[in-house]
Design a protein around this ligand. Structure first.
Ligand SMILES: NC(=O)c1ccc[n+]([C@@H]2O[C@H](COP(=O)([O-])OP(=O)(O)OC[C@H]3O[C@@H](n4cnc5c(N)ncnc54)[C@H](O)[C@@H]3O)[C@@H](O)[C@H]2O)c1
Length: 344
């Protein structure tokens, strides 16, 4: 790749949302240059990027966003036109187990990127023009009761180490905007689903456990509610916010698809019953639903998330296009195909 041509720097592009975004971006802007900086933790995989890895305008850099030297070198070697910052430790359960990596990557790593971008962009008087887009989560707002939704002005009230680390990172991003005049924008989305999500997350776990005839674990009474957003809808929103969002603003991105975990698991099992019916001689079950098992609740488990994204819809014209039932079916089909490749 030509070092002097402006590039978009994506961090964490080997993970779930980042890899979907890279596919979206390079498909939509085939002449743009994109650099993907990823540490390839357990959650990242180059397999997620096999379709783009040989493109001339795509470059992978294996490294840590918290590595100051590497990040500074990257900003001095390449002309970075903007940053879309996905890289994070992202699994709440892991943060409850041990929060250290969440602080190092999510907080210190974000600071390292901000500082490197600031230094590079100040040099060529571009600090107010080039964009730093922070990818955040609705979890920074805390937990809702049975009614209401998170708005952009909802005060932060993170309740687990993961959401606390993301809220801290967002605060740093905003501070670089207010203090130094950096052109920052934040988007906070609800739970994403779709292809290429790590096996540890809820939907891939439900599918994997079901297909292997194992108990499908659902926390507590299964009544926790999440607002599900199809990852490609999210990627379109990010594209819009990165290009057209106002500096220093936050935009919420929701799917408009609230569902309890138990209803979600039940629907996935029904899709699986249709796609991969259980062979009675192998497992003595009528439906994958019979495998659903309630387990001890997650510590500090947030009851309900729901996102109001009127601002994004009304000011930037984005709308989600995927219904939860079609999105879930496409997602289950994708994981079933992956599963078949592994077992054959
Ligand atoms: N998945 C969701 O439902 C969801 C919802 C809202 C917001 N988010 C946010 O979106 C972003 C992406 O989430 P995801 O689900 O794709 O995560 P993921 O865990 O699937 O991927 C994270 C990626 O970041 C990389 N990474 C981790 N630490 C790194 C480091 N120190 N340096 C460089 N790379 C590193 C990993 O290797 C991986 O490729 C995160 O910031 C997350 O907080 C996720």
């Amino acid at each position: 790749m030509n070092n002097h041509q402006s590039s978009l720097l994506v961090t964490g592009g080997a993970g779930f949302i980042g890899s979907n975004f890279i596919h979206h971006y390079l498909h939509k802007y085939p002449d743009s240059k994109l650099i993907n900086l990823d540490k390839l933790t357990y959650a990242g995989s180059k397999n997620n990027l096999s379709e783009v890895q040989n493109l001339n305008n795509y470059q992978f850099i294996h490294g840590d966003i918290a590595d100051e030297k590497l990040v500074n070198d990257l900003f001095s070697t390449y002309d970075i036109a903007g940053v879309i910052h996905f890289a994070a430790e992202s699994h709440v359960d892991n943060s409850i187990e041990d929060a250290k990596a969440f602080i190092t990557t999510n907080v210190q790593g974000t600071y390292t990127l901000l500082q490197a971008a600031k230094q590079a962009w100040e040099k060529n008087n571009q600090l107010a023009k080039r964009r730093f887009h922070q990818i955040s989560t609705d979890e920074v707002y805390g937990s809702l009761g049975e009614t209401g939704k998170f708005h952009e002005e909802t005060p932060y009230n993170p309740r687990n180490p993961y959401s606390a680390s993301k809220a801290s990172a967002n605060m740093l991003v905003k501070s670089f905007g207010y203090t130094y005049g950096m052109n920052v924008v934040i988007s906070s989305s609800s739970n994403n689903y779709g292809p290429r999500q790590h096996a540890e997350k809820l939907i891939p776990t439900i599918i994997r456990k079901a297909l292997s005839g194992q108990p499908i674990p659902i926390y507590g009474d299964g009544r926790n509610v999440r607002d599900w957003l199809y990852v490609e809808d999210h990627c379109r929103a990010l594209d819009t916010i990165y290009h057209d969002g106002k500096t220093l603003e936050t935009y919420n991105v929701g799917g408009g698809n609230e569902k309890t975990n138990i209803k979600l698991a039940t629907e996935i099992c029904e899709i699986l019953d249709d796609l991969e019916p259980i062979i009675p001689t192998h497992i003595s079950l009528k439906s994958y639903k019979d495998l659903i098992t309630f387990t001890a609740d997650r510590l500090g488990h947030d009851q309900r998330y729901a996102v109001d994204d009127t601002k994004l819809q009304e000011t930037l014209g984005w709308k989600p296009t995927m219904t939860l039932s079609s999105g879930l079916r496409q997602t289950v089909e994708w994981y079933v195909a992956q599963w078949k490749q592994v077992i054959h």
